[in-house]
Write a protein that binds this ligand. Sequence first.
Ligand SMILES: [Zn+2]
Ligand SMILES: [Zn+2]
Length: 253
Amino acid sequence: MKGLAGAGNQNMSQFAWQVQSVARAALDLLFPPRCAVCGRVERKLCADCVADFHPIGDSFCPTCGEPQLVSNICGRCAANPPAFEYIRSAYRYEAGLRKAIHVFKYNGRRGLAAPLADAMVQVLPKPLTTVVICPVPLYPARQAQRGYNQARLLAEELAHCWNLTCLPEEALRRIRSTSSQVGLDYTARQSNVSNAFAADPALVGGNAILLVDDVCTTGATMNACAKALLAAGATFVAGVSLARASSDGQSGR
Ligand SMILES: [Zn+2]
Ligand SMILES: [Zn+2]
C-alpha cells in the first residue's frame, strides 16, 4: 500500500507517543484533572459521565449512519447515493457529550482526545486492518486560531487504539473556507462544502481510507472529503464520528 510511513518512522512515532504519554501522566499527578462534564476532580472525563453518553444503537441508515426507527437506507441516501461507503457515529450529540466536545474544541482541552477516542472505541466496530485513518481537516486559518484540529487529535488517538496509520496533514486539505453548517438543510450543506477539499494522490492513492470527525450531521462534509479522496486515487472511503447531531439543521457539520 502506498502512502504509509516506513518502519523507521513508525518506530519513531511509537517512541514519541510513549514519551508524550509519560509526560501527560506526570502532569496529571502534578495537576489532577477535572472531568470536562461534571467537574469532579478525578480524570479528564470520568467513567460515570461516559456511561451517560447515548450510543446510537442498532437502528440507523446502513449508508450514512443516521439514527432511524428501522435500519433501511434513508431517503436522502436513496435519492443521492454518497461517495463514501458508510459513516458510523458512536453517540448522539446530546447533553454530557455535547458539553465535552465544546470544551475539547473551544477551551483548549486537547487532552480530552484520548478519553473521547476511548469512548468511541467502546461502541464502534474495529475497522479492517487494511484502512488508513484520515481526519476531516480544518481550514488553515481556523486551525491557526484554535491551535489544533480536534478531528486530527481524535484520529491520532484512534489510530493508536486500533493500531492503524494516520495520514499526515498534507494528505487531505481544506482549500476553501466554508461557513458554519449549523442551520443549513442538506442541499445547502452540500453546496457549502462542495469542492472545499483537495487530496494528494501521492499520499492517498491506492489506500482504503477511514475519515474521522468529531461531529457529523448529514454526512455532507464527509461526502465532500470522500469525493476529493476518490478523485486522488483512494480505493475506498468510509467515515466515523464521535457524535451524531440530529439532522434538523440545528447543529454539527
Ligand atoms: Zn464526570
Ligand atoms: Zn442515509
